[in-house]
Design a protein around this ligand. Structure first.
Ligand code: IPE
Ligand code: IPE
Ligand code: MG
Length: 232
């Protein structure tokens, strides 16, 4: 049976192009990341208005450690200085912050700010803003398998077993994954969940995104017909 989508319940966003945005303006790459944060706030606000339940933002991949020490430490310090400081913004728009990724691989101060922010926003219920930090799809699947085996060395590793041991098993699988900056790849994002996701690739660089882009994504999604292997 055809399932006609309205807005995605869960939208995944690969925020790309911060460096190019800065480069175009002869600014350091870090300036692009700071501007990208402003775009994230505009996007989550409009996603909430549109009635999207969950938005996962790809903030930092397990491969992003390859970048210069200066860029990595800037990104980590941005998390520490900005994440918890936005509490009144989260509360105003009913935003619950969730974390997805390998927490233990992050610096202790980043772990603390993430845990504090998740706890402080746990009663907000309009929209969940999931931050994928030190996140890799392969890494998440491996950790899910390890969780099963830690529970029982003879655990029967079925699809359901893996799905129920991912980082946020209560969050529905992603319905649509979008990427900015005209790159057309997943870069290790939500590999398990993306099995039946719709995809959207957009030219604009991430720091230039705003609420209008969310409206466009919702429109594009509404045009898709999802069949899940069945017949329309
Ligand atoms: C995305 O922008 C932000 C992160 C991956 C942390 P980039 O920093 O990848 O920007 P480009 O791709 O170099 O333009
Ligand atoms: C993907 O962007 C990771 C994030 C958006 C956090 P990258 O810019 O790191 O991806 P590649 O290297 O172009 O594939
Ligand atoms: Mg990039």
């Amino acid at each position: 049976m055809e399932v006609k989508p309205v807005v995605p319940t869960h939208l995944g966003i690969i925020m790309d192009g911060n460096g190019r945005w800065a480069q175009k303006r002869a600014l350091p790459r870090t300036a692009g990341h700071l501007e990208g944060l402003k775009a994230l706030k505009k996007v989550i606000k409009e996603a909430s208005v549109q009635g999207i339940g969950f938005v996962t933002f790809y903030v930092f991949s397990t491969e992003n450690w390859k970048r210069s020490e200066q860029e990595v430490s800037y990104l980590m310090s941005l998390l520490v200085s900005k994440l918890h400081g936005e509490l009144s913004f989260y509360n105003q728009y009913g935003i619950r912050i969730l974390f997805r990724g390998d927490l233990e691989g992050l610096p202790k101060d980043v772990q603390k700010v993430i845990n504090d922010t998740v706890t402080s926003t746990q009663n907000n219920s309009k929209i969940s803003c999931i931050l994928a930090i030190n996140y890799g799809g392969r890494n998440e699947i491996c950790r899910a398998v390890h969780r099963c085996l830690d529970e029982d060395p003879a655990y029967n590793i079925t699809e359901e077993a893996i799905a129920s041991h991912l980082d946020l098993p209560q969050v529905p699988p992603v319905d649509m994954i979008v990427r900015s900056a005209n790159e057309k790849r997943l870069s290790n994002f939500l590999l398990w969940d993306s099995a039946y996701a719709e995809f959207g690739f957009y030219e604009k660089l991430w720091p230039d995104w705003n609420g209008e882009d969310v409206k466009q994504i919702c429109f594009d999604f509404s045009q898709r017909v999802r069949k899940y292997g069945g017949v329309q």
